[in-house]
Every structure is written in C-alpha cells, then in structure tokens.
Design a protein around this ligand. Structure first.
Ligand code: NAP
Length: 324
C-alpha cells in the first residue's frame, strides 16, 4: 500500500484537535484527523469530555451541554469543512525527516501509513484514576477528576478528594465554595503539596484530613453514595458517607510516541515555544492538554488548537512559497 502525503495530519480529537481541524479545514488544507480508537479510555475519540456528563462552562451553551454531544458537534463542524476524520490510532511517528511519517497498525513496517508536511499533536492527557471497580462507571455520577468542571454540582454536599499534592489541595479549597465538607483522603501522614497550599487547606475549616488512608471501594448504583476507606497502618476499614469523590492523584500526558523525538518537561508534557504551538521540531505543533499541565480546560484546549492551526497554516505557506 502506498503512503499518502497530507499537508496536515492531526493526532487526537478532543477540543484541541477538532478545533485545529475546523481551522485547517477552513483554510483549505484538508486535514487528516486520526481520532483514536474507542477501545481505550486513554485515546478514545473525543478525549476526556467523552467521560463527562454536563459541561456548563463552555461558552455558548447557557443551558449546558453533555460532553459527548459537544464533541460530536465539534467533529461534525470539522467534517463539514472537509476534515477527513478516521477512527485510527497512530502507533509510531518518525519526525526525523519531512514529510513526517505516521504509522497506524503494525509499527514495524518499513513504510509509514501516512506522511505529513505539518503535524499537529493533540493527544491529550489522562487523569490518573485509582483503578477501583465501578470508578469508571461512576464518573459523571459522583466521581470526578475536575473540580473546576464539576464542583458546582455538589452544593451543600459532603464530598472527598483523594491525593496529597497541589492538585488535591487546590481542588479541595475550590470545592469548599460549594460543598458542606471536604475530606482529603491521603495515603501518608504528610502532604506533597507546596507549603502555601498546605497552610491554606489546613486553615480552611470546611476541610478535614483523613491521614494514612486509601480508598478501597466506591459504592453506589446510579450515583456515588459512599466510600470504603482503609487505614493503611491498622488495615481497619470504615465507610465515608460522601456523594462526591474528586480523584486528584496526577495526570499522564499521552506522549509515549514522541519520546526521544520532541522536547518534553520532567513530567512528560510536550514543550512549546511560549505564545505559540511550535515544538522544537520545525513543522510539528502541539496543543491542548498534551502540552498544558496548568489549565486543562476544554476551552483552553480549543484555544490552543486554534493557535496550532494558524501556526501550521503559516508554516505551510512559507514552505510552499520557498518551494515555488
Ligand atoms: P503530584 O504532585 O504527583 O501528587 C499526586 C498525589 O497523589 C500525591 O500526594 C500522591 O501521594 C497521591 N497519589 C498518587 N497515586 C496515588 C494512588 N494510587 N492512591 C492514592 N494516592 C495517590 O500531582 P499533582 O498534585 O497533580 O501535581 C502535579 C504537578 O503540578 C506538581 O508539580 C504540582 O506542584 C503542580 N501543580 C501546581 C499547582 C499550583 O501551584 N497551584 C496546582 C496543581 C498542580 P504521595 O504523596 O504519597 O506520593
């Protein structure tokens, strides 16, 4: 099978990738979008919003919109302008020569499946979960990985946050605006979070700490009703009656494919030039959560997808100009 060469290939179909697709499609660049495969929660088409229910903070939807519906509409918009969106997952990339090689399926074949003059990477990041039975099922029904997104739904309720880093404490402090009480469940007796966050959390009288505890199970049929927690020192189990659980134990950016080929920070996020989507390889751009460990919002991902599209468009224009 011969390799097809594209002006723009976009890896990933969350808000960043699909916004980049809308913009590059409207610039007549006929982008090819490899949206991922539904078999995996880490790179399923549509990204993390496919795992959420109500999205109330995406501008333009005063009544709110369901995460999967929002992503479906973004996809439709990209296709309407000529994006070729395929339910495929890249298994290997070669960024050593342009056009860049992208493999789908068997990564050991000599020839890549596709080649791209410009590559936009929007493979996202995955919130780490505890790995408990029913945890996935209850996401959007009491279990959440984003306080900014979901805190509002827990007004007047007793909820828990698991983790002891800056994210956990930031989420706990934010959640006290809505919740009656916030219990931070942490597996040790000291926090990893910065001193300033610790001071703020410890001084907040809505926050209590359950030290040396882990969550053993999440309970509830249609929505979360309680947690079973375990004291790691005594092995004693008890029930924590909470209707919300925010898992804040870190994120993993989906950058495995790019190791050794693109500059990454210590946590594995792709590094982009400030104020642009440019990576350290010319013609390769990154947008969305794969390069953002700070904001992680659908709207910031979409904004950075627009930046990547405009950067790619300008790059291709200069490339074609220099070739003519
Ligand atoms: P993190 O610093 O890696 O902390 C993860 C926390 O989750 C740790 O306390 C860890 O416990 C706990 N944990 C990990 N796996 C667990 C498991 N399976 N079960 C129970 N607990 C588990 O991650 P983060 O808080 O997301 O922060 C990531 C980076 O972003 C950090 O550099 C942080 O400073 C930065 N950040 C900064 C801000 C801010 O400045 N406002 C806000 C958020 C994040 P142990 O401590 O026992 O390992």
């Amino acid at each position: 099978m011969s390799t097809s060469v594209h002006d723009v290939v976009i890896l990933g179909s969350g808000p960043a990738g699909l916004t980049a697709a809308v913009y590059t499609a409207r610039a007549n660049l006929a982008p090819l979008v490899l949206e991922g495969e539904p078999s995996s929660t880490s790179d399923q088409p549509g990204g993390q919003l496919m795992l959420t229910t109500d999205v109330e903070n995406f501008p333009g939807f005063p009544e709110g919109v369901m995460g999967p519906e929002l992503m479906g509409r973004m996809r439709e918009q990209a296709v309407r302008f000529g994006a070729d969106v395929r339910m495929e997952r890249a298994t290997r990339v070669d960024l050593s020569t342009r056009p860049y090689g992208i493999w789908v399926g068997d990564p050991t074949t000599a020839e890549p499946t596709y080649q791209a003059q410009a590559l936009i990477i929007s493979t996202g990041a995955q919130s780490l979960l505890l790995g408990l039975a029913h945890e996935q099922r209850l996401i959007g029904h009491g279990v959440s990985t984003c306080a900014t997104c979901d805190g509002f739904f827990f007004r007047g309720q007793d909820i828990a946050v698991v983790g002891g880093g800056d994210s956990a404490l930031e989420e706990a402090i934010f959640l006290t605006k809505f919740a009656e009480t916030v219990t931070v469940v942490h597996r040790r007796d000291s926090l990893r979070a910065s001193k300033i966050m610790q001071d703020r959390a410890l001084a907040n009288d809505k926050i209590r700490f359950l030290w040396n505890h882990v969550v053993d199970s999440v309970e509830g049929e249609d929505s979360l009703s309680s947690l079973v927690v375990r004291d790691v020192l005594t092995d004693e189990r008890s029930t924590l009656p909470v209707t919300g659980l925010f898992v804040a134990i870190g994120h993993r950016p989906a950058t495995e494919l790019f190791k050794g080929q693109l500059q990454m920070d210590d946590a594995g996020y792709l590094v982009t030039e400030p104020g642009s989507a440019r990576t350290d390889v010319v013609g390769v751009f990154a947008c969305g959560d794969v390069q953002d460990s700070t904001y992680r919002q659908a709207i910031t991902a979409a904004g950075s997808g627009c930046m990547a599209a405009i950067d790619a468009e300008r790059y291709l224009e200069a490339l074609h100009h220099s070739a003519s």
